[in-house]
Design a protein. Structure first.
Length: 349
């Protein structure tokens, strides 16, 4: 079977640290042949490090000169639609970073182009493919905690990661910094929620920066089957990524920093014996998870979201099978993000 030729558009941090290494690991299935970025310095850096790559500063020329099967878009979302439609219209399959776009209208343009050209379009909702969240979704689907009752999500980055960087491009997005990180908790929520109808938002600003109106955000998503409460924090100095799914017969706690999934069953009393049983169960699950993670790392089998999505996307193109994340799923995340941004603007200006 012929290997697929891959070109990367956008040579920033996510391409450098996630996309390019993930594609290079699939050397039996793909050839990474070209990179493109308006920033020539970034292009030169990649070509210098990976001598097999050709470098371009303009995508049209790259597609015209190279035999490309997959275009991987790692640019800011404002230009996703323009780049994706051009790539799809020239016969390339397209993978792109989240968010798919900033508007539903742009999502529809890409979806229509993919269908019209019979090409595949996939969005990198990478957190859904971290091992503990995969496990949690499987347990939920198997009925391990009964019927869905709701969920909560906490995401936190140290303030120096994004909010303190005055000239960072994310501050120019609709909604500011939440426009970049908000899609993560939204698409996690959408893995469990059905038809989000209403949103509410609350913000605080502790750091008082002119370029960032807020550094603490709380979002409530109201759907037909339940609610999701989202806390996003940028005012401290700690990474955190936690998801808890509540059911009628228990709950699932996912720590995406430790890569652990803990199942809690029903607990109808707070007597000492019940508390001890809960502590022992939690301790045992943590130990078991740590051992499993250690073995995966030691044997080279530990893979996280980007690697999983990219490999499944490549297999989908090669074998014409189901995509890991479809354009329609990307569109639904953007629809909810539009609601969040509109509510932010109406409430806070």
């Amino acid at each position: 079977m012929r290997k697929l030729n891959v070109a990367i558009v956008g040579c920033g941090a996510v391409a450098d640290k996630r996309h390019i290494p993930s594609f290079l690991r699939l050397k039996d299935k793909v050839n990474v042949i070209a990179v493109c970025d308006k920033n020539l310095e970034l292009v030169i850096n990649q070509v210098t490090r990976h001598h097999s790559l050709s470098g371009f500063t303009e995508m049209t020329s790259m597609i015209r000169e190279k035999d490309i099967d997959i275009v991987d878009i790692c640019t800011p979302p404002q230009i996703h639609a323009q780049l994706a439609v051009e790539a799809l219209d020239t016969g390339c399959h397209v993978l792109m970073e989240k968010p798919m776009a900033l508007t539903v209208a742009d999502c529809d343009k890409m979806i229509d182009a993919a269908k019209g050209n019979n090409r595949k379009l996939c969005i990198v909702h990478n957190v859904l493919f971290h091992p503990p969240l995969i496990e949690a979704r499987k347990l939920f689907e198997q009925g391990a905690i009964g019927e869905f009752r709701g969920m909560r999500i906490l995401l936190a980055d140290p303030k120096d990661e994004m909010i303190m960087r005055k000239d960072y491009w994310i501050h120019k997005l609709p909604g500011g910094v939440i426009g970049e990180t908000g899609p993560h908790p939204v698409y996690i929520s959408l893995a469990f929620l059905k038809n989000v109808r209403n949103v509410e938002v609350f913000t605080k600003s502790y750091l008082k920066h002119d370029w960032a109106k807020y550094d603490e955000i709380r979002i409530e998503l109201d759907a037909d089957n339940g609610m999701s409460s989202i806390a996003v924090s940028y005012s401290g100095d700690r990474y955190a990524a936690e998801v808890e799914i509540f059911g009628s017969e228990g709950s699932l706690f996912v720590d995406l920093q430790s890569m652990l999934c803990i199942k809690h069953g029903t607990k109808k009393t707070l007597n000492p014996l019940e508390l001890v049983k809960t502590s022992l169960s939690t301790t045992w699950q943590i130990k078991k998870g740590l051992v499993a993670n250690g073995l995966r790392v030691a044997t080279g089998q530990f893979r996280v979201g980007h690697e999983m999505v990219i490999e499944q996307f490549v297999d989908s193109v090669l074998n014409d099978t189901k995509l890991p994340i479809t354009g329609e799923e990307g569109r639904e995340t953007v629809r909810v993000m539009e609601k969040i941004v509109q509510r932010l603007e109406k409430k806070y200006g």
